[in-house]
Design a protein around this ligand. Structure first.
Ligand code: NAP
Length: 325
């Protein structure tokens, strides 16, 4: 039997790699490709005989991968807070611990959420594209007029968890009124920020911008479909920095095409990495390639946390951040 190793599915920053080599009590094997995630075959091959797998959200860690790894596998560490790419139940049945990276990416993801809200409301990307056409322009009283966030605009936060709350703090500083769903919507901090706790229907009906911050689960897939979009205010915006499949993108494209919605800001996509062709062509939609946590310090913190989780489990100690079902 070869010695168990830890399989890392993508090279991380130099700093994280150094830390991993120093702290892991097992040989570290890294998927060699720098251009993208491992193919399914490379993932199965790399996992074979591993005691730990450090994976990105792009890899599907299911029954087949767990089976290929074998009985010595003890931990799967996701370099992400969302863990919808991992079959946690299947891992649990095999006694394999699953970990994620909560907390360290809240600020970066909330920053990007505000960047999207501002981009859509103030038409930043659209105006940039206009200037780049080279067409002559001059300041105009009605040119690129958008929504003033500070003039009583309401932000609806679906899922006032860690990232939702960090978003609420920023939106509050911009002078927005806040509505939210989730248990923390009645917490002390929420009260201090003036958050009004509402149900999803009320939130959709009363918000100028709706921002999604809940995890992707069986229950939340297509949380925002045709009916929910119809409930949203005419001329409102949808922002998604959580997970693509929360939104039925074809219905979103219909709602934007009809003019019912005024814009959308999407960091994540239903069939990632594919971007909906209709949405991609719309001037009033900003599409990003899933960069919510892409701050250098944040990415280092995520990688370091994943490495620590694996090291702790392999040393026989509880991990820092196990996923609880
Ligand atoms: P969190 O602290 O666990 O907050 C999740 C929130 O969603 C809570 O308010 C929770 O409400 C709510 N929620 C849970 N199940 C729900 C359901 N079935 N319907 C409606 N709301 C539900 O999570 P977080 O750390 O803020 O992360 C949120 C998500 O952001 C992650 O799961 C991940 O998918 C995504 N994310 C994306 C990026 C990116 O790069 N774009 C980066 C980081 C995270 P309760 O409090 O009542 O349970």
């Amino acid at each position: 039997m070869p010695e168990p190793h830890v399989f890392l599915t993508r090279p991380l920053s130099e700093r994280v790699m150094r830390g991993a080599r120093e702290s892991l009590p097992a040989e570290l094997r890294v998927h060699a490709g720098i251009d993208g995630p491992p193919s399914r075959e490379s993932l199965l091959e790399g996992s074979r005989g591993a005691s730990g797998i450090i994976t990105m959200l792009t890899e599907k860690i299911d029954e087949e991968v767990l089976e290929a790894a074998g009985p010595q596998l003890r931990v799967v560490a996701n370099v992400a807070v969302g863990f919808d790419n991992i079959d946690v139940e299947a891992a649990g049945r095999r006694g394999v611990i699953v970990t994620n990276t909560p907390g360290v990416l809240d600020e970066a993801t909330a920053d990007l959420t505000l960047a999207l809200i501002l981009s859509i409301a103030r038409r930043v990307v659209e105006a940039d594209r206009f200037v780049r056409t080279g067409r002559p322009w001059i300041w105009g009283p009605q040119s690129f007029v958008g929504l003033d966030l500070s003039a009583g605009a309401t932000l609806g936060i679906v899922g006032l968890g860690r990232i939702g709350m960090a978003t609420a703090r920023r939106a509050h500083a911009f002078g927005m009124k806040l509505l939210a769903t989730g248990r923390r919507a009645t917490s002390q901090e929420a009260v201090r920020l003036g958050v009004e706790a509402v149900n999803l229907e009320q939130l959709l009906a009363r918000s100028d911008a709706v921002s999604l911050h809940c995890p992707l689960t069986r229950e939340t897939r297509h949380l925002i479909g045709a009916q929910e979009l119809a409930t949203m205010r005419k001329g409102s915006y949808l922002i998604n920095t959580a997970r693509g499949p929360l939104v039925d993108e074809e219905s979103l494209a219909d709602a934007l095409e009809s003019g019912h919605l005024a814009g959308a800001g999407l960091d994540v996509h239903e069939y990632e990495p594919q971007v909906n062709e209709r949405l991609r062509r719309m001037e009033q939609v900003v599409v990003l390639p899933h960069i919510g946590s892409a701050g250098a310090a944040t990415r280092d913190a995520m990688g370091t946390m994943a490495v620590k989780n694996v090291a702790e489990v392999l040393l026989g100690r509880p991990p820092l951040t196990a996923v609880a079902l």
